[in-house]
Design a protein around this ligand. Structure first.
Ligand code: DMJ
Length: 550
């Protein structure tokens, strides 16, 4: 009898344990588990980085792309551009991987040469290569054990590269051409999109060029980059929302399409980050950010049909036309940037007590929380627990008419059965490229709100990457072709932003909050780290046309 009772007791206990472990998966909301060992989890992220880096080093050292299944590399130019090595330098520093860093530094010093007859994308080369070198230069003087203060290897490569990139800005309007030849320094219009440059690409070069101007006291980098902001703003677009293509000769937009995903995204990100980068000395960018954020809320944010999740829809034909219920994973940078803008990077509790806190900021924080949840749902809803490249949402017709921001919101009903119905993953959009945007926002939201839910969500995402993207032989990680098949088919590529961004943000999410505080640094769109500039060597060189301010 006693034995039976014991067996029954053990059974009940085991069932309870299984249910308790399942609990986090049954809701989009709260976790109730015991405190986690974040140091241990951070170590796990570091091990994942080491595994990916070591596989790259073993099979593709010095090459721009790594194909982890076929175990080989490929180049984007005859001699290579340092695409993976340069993009990873600051993560190596942050994780204190000193031996690997020293090998990488030697490669940069001895083998990296940008004097090549090669067309490169102006934006990608700026955010990854110039940004990577500048961040390495900054951190080398900041982090113990990394390097010496007098190490100019990274900065001298950055100057050489930036001088080559300057040619891209030599269009009639000052809007940079999509590409640049590194040797001839001649700008090249896009081979697609009717020769237009993309808006995000033209307006996501400013932080890199301005930090370089500040370091070298060479004003040209500053002026070329900020001119772009004026030309774009002079178009006077309603609600601060810009179409995604712009002609480099005329400086005028060539489409009506507006979105916060590809080709639109980091224009908005760099508005608030430029303001923070110069420690509030350029209020023009705060004004533009606030105008754009109001426009996003008025024209793009709407809610799902079943569980009232907020998402950022698209306007394929511009303001005044119906919304398309599609959201790229790329948009998931937005909640982190909103929280950063509302608080300036301070913990929310402190920001709320600072002068200038108001109902609008309160509402922005609420929006940041809701959008972060929607991005987390993009992971939670798939079989692998990894987000698709693009999610579609169920929203009723009323919600998709123009100016949805004016509609009253239905009450939240947040049970799993309902919220799952709101996400649609189409087969063509079901790949996962190891992208960082959601973990980037989780990192910002954790630092700002101090709500542990964001760390827990980040841990769930990391575990899914570990479960499904590690190669069978354990050598590195790959992208996925399909997030809803188990096992998911791997794609023979490892993106450089896996090392530069995704693993860096996860590592920082699990690190102590005083490591690289958000009030001291600002992350470029590739997660490269620049200091907040406190001196004012250069001032803003332009003003908005007054009528553009509404
Ligand atoms: C990165 O190169 C940058 O984060 C960019 O802003 C968007 N695309 C990738 C990551 O998804």
């Amino acid at each position: 009898m006693r034995r039976k009772a014991l067996v029954a007791g053990v059974f009940v206990l085991a069932a309870g344990l299984v249910l308790w472990q399942k609990l986090p998966q049954l809701e989009l909301g709260r976790y109730t588990s015991k405190p986690a060992d974040w140091d241990k989890r951070r170590e796990k992220v570091k091990e994942a980085f080491e595994s990916s880096w070591d596989a790259y080093s073993k099979y593709a050292w010095g090459q721009d792309q790594f194909h982890p299944i076929s175990k080989k590399g490929s180049q984007m130019s005859p001699d290579g551009l340092g695409w993976i090595i340069v993009d990873s330098l600051d993560t190596l520093m942050i994780m204190n991987l000193t031996d690997r860093l020293s090998t990488a530094r030697k490669w940069v010093q001895r083998s990296l040469n940008y004097d090549q007859d090669q067309d490169v994308n102006t934006f990608e080369t700026t955010i990854r290569m110039l940004g990577g070198l500048l961040s390495a230069h900054y951190l080398a003087s900041q982090l113990p054990d990394v390097s010496s203060r007098r190490d100019y290897v990274y900065l001298s490569k950055a100057v050489d590269l930036a001088d080559r990139l300057l040619g891209a800005y030599e269009s009639d309007s000052g809007i940079p051409y999509a590409s640049i030849n590194l040797r001839t320094m001649k700008g090249i219009p896009s081979h697609t999109d009717g020769g237009s440059s993309s808006t995000a690409e033209a307006a996501t070069l400013q932080m890199e060029m301005k930090y370089l101007a500040n370091l070298t006291r060479n004003e040209i980098y500053w002026r070329k980059a900020e001119k772009v902001m004026k030309v774009l703003d002079d178009n006077g677009m309603e609600g601060g929302l810009l179409p995604i293509f712009v002609n480099a000769q005329t400086g005028r937009f060539t489409s009506r399409e507006i979105r916060l995903g590809s080709r639109g995204d980091s224009y908005y990100e760099y508005l608030i980050k430029q303001y923070l980068q110069t420690s509030g000395q350029e209020p023009i960018y705060l004004e533009m950010w606030e105008q754009a954020l109001a426009g996003i809320q008025k024209h793009l944010i709407t809610t799902t049909q079943h569980s009232n999740l907020k998402f950022v829809a698209e306007l394929p034909n511009g303001i005044g036309s119906p919304l398309s219920p599609k959201m790229d994973h790329l948009v998931c940078f937005l909640p982190g940037s909103i929280a950063l803008g509302a608080t300036g990077g301070l913990p929310e509790a402190k920001a709320r007590k600072a002068p200038g806190w108001n109902a609008e900021k309160d509402q922005q924080m609420q929006l940041a929380r809701e959008l972060t949840k929607t991005c987390w749902g993009m992971y939670k809803v798939t079989e692998t627990g990894l987000a698709p490249e693009i999610a579609w949402f169920n929203a009723d017709n009323g919600a998709l008419q123009s100016t949805p921001g004016n509609r009253p919101l239905p009450a939240t009903r947040n049970s799993k059965a309902l919220w799952e119905k709101d996400y649609i993953v189409k087969p063509l959009d079901a790949h996962n490229l190891q992208r960082p945007e959601t973990v980037e926002s989780l990192f910002m939201m954790w630092r700002i709100t101090n709500d542990p839910i964001y760390r827990e969500w980040g841990w769930e995402i990391f575990k899914a990457f570990e479960k499904y993207t590690v190669l069978n032989d354990g050598e590195g990680h790959a992208s996925l072709n399909e997030v809803n098949s188990i096992p998911p088919p791997l794609r023979d590529n490892m993106e450089s932003f896996w090392l530069a961004e995704t693993l860096k943000y996860l590592y920082l999410l699990f690190s102590p909050n005083d490591f690289l505080p958000l009030t001291d640094v600002v992350f470029n769109t590739e997660a490269h780290i620049f200091p907040r500039i406190r001196q004012d060597k250069f001032q803003t060189g332009w003003e908005r046309i007054p009528s553009r301010r509404n």
